[in-house]
Design a protein around this ligand. Sequence first.
Ligand SMILES: Cc1cc2nc3c(=O)[nH]c(=O)nc-3n(C[C@H](O)[C@H](O)[C@H](O)COP(=O)(O)OP(=O)(O)OC[C@H]3O[C@@H](n4cnc5c(N)ncnc54)[C@H](O)[C@@H]3O)c2cc1C
Length: 345
Amino acid sequence: MNVDYIIVGLGLAGIAFTEELLNHNKSFVVFEDNSQNSSLVAGGIYNPVILKRFTPVWNAKEQLDIALPHYRNLEKKFNKVYHHKIDIYRVFKSIEEQNNWFVACDKILLRDYMLPEIIQNKNKFLNAPFDLGKLTGTGRIDVKSLAHDYRSFLKQKNVFIEEKFHHNQIKNFEKHIEYQGYKSKKIIFCEGYGLKDNPYFNYLPMRETKGELITIHAPDLKVHYLIKSAIFMLPLGNDLYKVGATFNWDDKSKVPTVKGKDELEFKLNTVINCTYKIVEHTAGIRPTIKDRRPLVGIHPNNKKLAILNGLGTRGVMIAPLMAKKLYQHIENNSVLDREISIERF
Ligand SMILES: Cc1cc2nc3c(=O)[nH]c(=O)nc-3n(C[C@H](O)[C@H](O)[C@H](O)COP(=O)(O)OP(=O)(O)OC[C@H]3O[C@@H](n4cnc5c(N)ncnc54)[C@H](O)[C@@H]3O)c2cc1C
């Protein structure tokens, strides 16, 4: 069978690139083996401000200008709601932090999101003696539902193959590639941490980070905004809250651990003081790169292979823009900024 593209991996990167192909009437087939689940467990939060230091996220506006319409189109396509706008409240740790907040509120890239006032904490179950700062223009994408619907959609179109892609079975020809009976012009690898098993691209310096999350049921809490303190606490409705996340650079498994749960509970107990029950515990590996920039580009020695990876901790915001840039690079020879191009390694 002849196709324009083979895509390996259907997380946020694979979905964004597949959408590009559909928008340009290209044919394709997607391989997905469920070996990674970063996109499926992600909090799905998008937030253009780094809340540790009150600095702007790299290229946030450019990313959101593409990302929000991308998710809106997917909502229309499947007649579902994936995008939930939600304000973020940052718990201050000190008077000094309150002052830093006001300084940051004046900065050009931040003032659209950070409100220049201190919000008094009126919730007795929330520990916030120095009160809160409020961010707007933030939200979350229900990535798990989106990924589920996207798979069903591709299955219906008969272009979703639920099995492992074996790199050693790629056959190279002058103008095309063959893989298991598919003749394709290009293969795009969107494998997340699966990159480690890709002999063509695993020279790229991924510094993967495992993350764990718990979901709690806390009927007394009644918080309707995202709380960011030592951890984030994201209201899901029905008194459920997603709480996360841990950062572990040593453990390479996607299995939830007691250590991860204990760390989250310890931090959570510094933030709230009501009873709760843990109802879910998940983990995944973030495809983070040493320099915290994505991996986009065509293989230096094989022009039929390309990569879309390195989305790190912000796949929701960054995936749609990077997918566009990669598509334009492949189809129209547009130049990739060095910052995102794999040529930097
Ligand atoms: C705990 C946690 C919380 C997070 N919270 C947020 C958040 O709130 N907001 C945000 O923006 N980001 C968040 N992230 C980061 C976000 O999840 C990632 O940036 C994003 O999911 C990466 O998407 P991806 O498609 O590159 O990788 P993945 O989601 O890992 O997808 C790669 C896909 O490729 C498949 N695959 C790999 N190898 C093969 C193969 N050989 N054959 C077939 N299929 C293969 C895998 O099964 C997988 O489905 C979080 C991550 C974690 C772990």
